[in-house]
Ligand binder design. Structure first.
Ligand SMILES: [Zn+2]
Length: 238
């Protein structure tokens, strides 16, 4: 089983790891800092160093409990060899800020608006898409929600990662969709992202440590996708 360091410390930029399996240009590793995509957050990019050679990580795959790195060329190495993993930090940090921004918007919806729900999201390197199902959501109201989220950002709330048992998670509102509830019911340990004083959710992504790091959210566009369903694109400045 690969130890997934990104789940515990999103700020790690490099680590040493051992190769546990090799298949041409694919290596399985005992320790991983590269995020393999999921929950709307794209995969990381980065490099692997082995002896004098440098490889680009083209893809990060989950294989059961293992992580497999697809390199740009076949690697001349043996099982048990040590490598160094180096993450493309500027790209990862942009994803962490956008991912946290989506949580803050979700927290504001949960706190201040009934019957509103984020039904989907996708993070890109410079912006994020958020799909919201909410009665009466107009562009003006969406701008107001974004302003409330910016207030939360400037208040400087801590963002914490916690690992809860089933019992500890039972009475908390950690998932808002049916697929989320089904997934949570299968887990023994539930990873939770908490924005102190605002919101807690089951989550597998990477986030910043304090809302202040997010900067300032701007609403780039607002599209009607039906009576209740709206699509927002956000960007971050500062
Ligand atoms: Zn998250």
């Amino acid at each position: 089983m690969t130890e997934k360091l990104y789940l515990k410390d999103s700020y790690l930029r490099e680590t040493n790891a051992k190769i546990t399996n090799i298949n041409g240009s694919e290596i399985t590793v005992d320790t991983d800092i590269f995020y393999p995509s999921g929950g709307g957050q794209p995969a990381d990019s980065g490099k692997v160093l082995h002896k004098e050679n440098e490889y680009t990580v083209n893809e990060i795959k989950k294989d059961g409990e293992d992580i497999v790195l697809l390199l740009d060329k076949a690697i001349d190495a043996n099982k048990g060899d040590e490598i160094k993993e180096i993450i493309d930090w500027s790209k990862r940090y942009a994803h962490m800020k956008l991912h946290t921004a989506i949580h803050i918007i979700d927290g504001v919806l949960e706190r201040d608006y009934n019957s509103s729900l984020i039904t989907g999201n996708q993070i890109y390197d410079d912006r994020a898409r958020i799909d919201i199902s909410m009665d009466g959501l107009t562009k003006e109201l969406a701008s107001g929600i974004i302003e409330k989220a910016n207030s939360v950002i400037s208040e400087g709330h801590e963002v914490n990662v916690k690992f809860l048992t089933k019992e500890e998670a039972a009475n908390k509102n950690l998932v808002r969709t049916q697929p989320g509830r089904e997934l949570m019911s299968k887990l023994d340990i539930i990873r939770v992202i908490e924005i102190a004083g605002l919101d807690e959710q089951m989550d597998g992504g990477t986030h910043v440590k304090n809302t202040k790091e997010v900067g300032h959210i701007t609403l780039e566009s607002f599209e009607n996708k039906g009576k209740q369903n709206k699509r927002l694109y956000i960007k971050l400045n500062g």
